[in-house]
Design a protein around this ligand. Structure first.
Ligand SMILES: [Zn+2]
Ligand SMILES: [Zn+2]
Length: 310
């Protein structure tokens, strides 16, 4: 990862020996800005250009809201303590569906998004969302915040959930970056240590003196956490793992396939192309999803709200 603003925890260098930090976090506004730029770049040479441009505008709006909206109330010390003792992530995702700040954040995003050019289904969803009752908004947020959002979100309401997911990303990225470093401890393979969310993709990166380390990226809060290089992020198996790409063997985006549980997840080789971005390049490499669906029996693990319609 070439971005010098990524903040490894202070234990990164111990006595001159480089140590792999458990988590990496970027300031939320910067994270969304980087995503917006990458989406715009990908749109230049993609059949999905109108959709990628829309997502780029949405990411730019997320960056703005991350700076302008009132800061989320910090997680209480009681909750931090309880979570630590129980081996749970400090952010209680499910409880956020009723969070008044998150609801306010959604209203702010919906108003600001009216100025963005977007596909017709997204425009219709946005109009519906702007006049939605609080109970309906709560339902959308609860689906996005559930443990397996890909199964909770109905196919006929994907566009509505896209905006809810964008708001959850802003709010949770801000909450996650407000956590004390010691609150971020391993929870389980393939589970975000900050919010318990599923990974969107994982990336093989080079970090100063440490080459080829793997970090999974949270689909909810954008926290990146260290994972073993060859391991299924769905079931934790290190056996029966293989790799597949839509192009040549030196492709920078590959499917990590697990024979044990029948799932695959997307791996980005940022070490070869530092411009790759966990969410943007997931959408940009849709061809790999289509190939895996048409040519293999494996199901995709993880979650990306921007790929639900494909
Ligand atoms: Zn997370
Ligand atoms: Zn597996």
């Amino acid at each position: 990862m070439a971005d010098s603003s990524i903040q490894p925890d202070p234990s990164f260098i111990t006595g001159g020996i480089a140590k792999t930090p458990f988590t990496l976090q970027q300031p939320p506004a910067q994270c969304f800005d980087t995503r917006a730029s990458r989406l715009r770049f990908l749109a230049q040479s993609s059949e999905l250009a109108p959709y990628l441009d829309f997502l780029a505008d949405l990411a730019a709006l997320q960056a703005r809201l991350a700076q302008e909206l009132p800061a989320p109330h910090p997680i209480s010390s009681e909750r931090l303590q309880q979570a630590s003792q129980a081996g749970l992530p400090p952010i209680d995702r499910a409880a956020l569906a009723d969070d008044s700040q998150l609801h306010a954040c959604l209203r702010a995003l919906c108003e600001a998004a009216t100025h963005i050019a977007m596909p017709v289904p997204a425009r219709q969803a946005l109009d519906a969302l702007r006049s939605a009752e609080a109970d309906d908004v709560r339902w959308l947020l609860a689906n996005v915040l559930s443990d397996v959002p890909g199964e909770a979100i109905p196919q006929d309401a994907i566009a509505l959930h896209l905006f809810a997911a964008a708001v959850v990303q802003v709010h949770l990225a801000r909450l996650a970056t407000s956590l004390p470093a010691e609150a971020l401890q391993p929870v389980a393979t393939g589970v975000c240590p900050a919010c318990g969310g599923l990974p969107v993709t994982s990336s093989v990166i080079g970090l100063r003196d440490i080459e080829n380390v793997r970090y999974a990226s949270c689909s909810c809060c954008a926290t990146q956490w260290n994972e073993v290089r060859i391991k299924c992020l769905c079931c934790g198996s290190t056996k029966g793992i293989s790799y597949r790409s839509a192009g040549t063997d030196d492709a920078t985006v590959k499917a990590e396939v697990c024979k044990e549980c029948g799932h695959w997840s997307k791996l980005l080789y940022q070490v070869r192309n530092p411009s790759l971005e966990p969410v943007a390049d997931d959408v940009g490499s849709l061809g790999l999803d289509l190939l895996m669906r048409s040519e293999t029996p494996y199901r995709r693990a993880g979650f990306n709200p921007y790929l639900l319609g494909y």
